[in-house]
Design a protein around this ligand. Structure first.
Ligand SMILES: CC(C)(COP(=O)(O)OP(=O)(O)OC[C@H]1O[C@@H](n2cnc3c(N)ncnc32)[C@H](O)[C@@H]1OP(=O)(O)O)[C@@H](O)C(=O)NCCC(=O)NCCS
Length: 217
């Protein structure tokens, strides 16, 4: 049976997800819901943008059974969209590009997204709605919390732990056994050789905090 899903949010990341779903060929995106009225009635790679998420209840009874969070940025908004999909009685859909490599010994949370060229090795545990973006590597026994985004080309060595809502910037490298705290941000190209406290922004080689105050303020 073909599965049909609705995509919550229509931006640049959504285009990558549609491409991955179409390449995998098992799921048909039924439509996209986005809050921008300028997008309503338009299409993205042949998928119609139907309206905003007030349409969600109306999709019940349509062939839609699953949802995908289409946003790549702000993890708090991604969490809100994820919960919205659930509250509409839809199931989260994992998006796994056929060119992603994922060990049979990895554990994947609901609605994870593994994009082209990403690698997830044995013993890795990924939480809900984690994004492993194109070409990123999550080595053996890493633990990745809910709503984390590991951006394009970032590399996590073995047994790295990343707290929920953290963001690992493009091309960053994290040394083995490092802990990245909840909500922390690692800048693009950083090399992280020390633990990063929660809600802290680090950047550079080696990575150091960018700001005195943390992100909770
Ligand atoms: C680290 C980051 C979050 C900081 O963003 P910000 O708070 O808006 O910071 P700003 O751009 O105002 O820069 C502040 C300072 O940090 C420096 N800086 C910013 N990002 C840096 C990085 N990745 N590496 C080294 N230095 C960096 C800036 O040069 C600036 O220095 P200055 O004050 O001496 O001029 C951001 O630059 C970043 O790297 N984001 C990741 C983006 C990414 O990977 N996207 C992938 C999408 S798939």
């Amino acid at each position: 049976m073909t599965i049909s899903c609705v995509i919550l949010c229509g931006g640049g990341h959504t285009r990558v997800l549609i491409d991955a779903l179409q390449a995998a060929g098992k799921v048909v995106p039924y439509g996209i819901l986005d809050s921008d009225p300028n997008l309503w009635g338009t299409e993205m790679f042949g998928i119609p943008i139907l309206g905003d998420d007030t349409l969600l209840p109306k999709l019940i009874g349509q062939p839609v059974t699953h949802f995908v969070v289409g946003l790549g940025g702000n993890s708090k908004i991604r969490q809100r969209l994820f919960e919205k999909g659930f509250s509409a009685s839809l199931e989260p859909m994992a998006v796994i590009h056929p060119a992603a490599v994922c060990s049979r010994w990895a554990e994947l949370g609901q609605g994870v997204q593994l994009l082209p060229g990403s690698i997830v090795n044995p013993g890795a545990k990924l939480g809900a709605n984690v994004i492993i973006n194109s070409g990123a590597i999550v080595e053996h026994d890493c633990s990745i919390g809910d709503y984390v985004h590991v951006a394009t080309g970032a590399k996590l060595a073995g047994t790295v732990s990343v707290g929920p809502h953290a963001y690992i910037g493009a091309g960053a490298t994290i040394k083995q056994n490092i802990n990245i705290g909840e909500g922390a941000i690692v800048g693009a190209g950083a090399v992280v050789i020390k633990d990063v406290p929660p809600h802290t922004v680090v950047a550079g080689v080696p990575a150091r905090p960018l700001y005195d105050e943390d992100l909770k303020a």
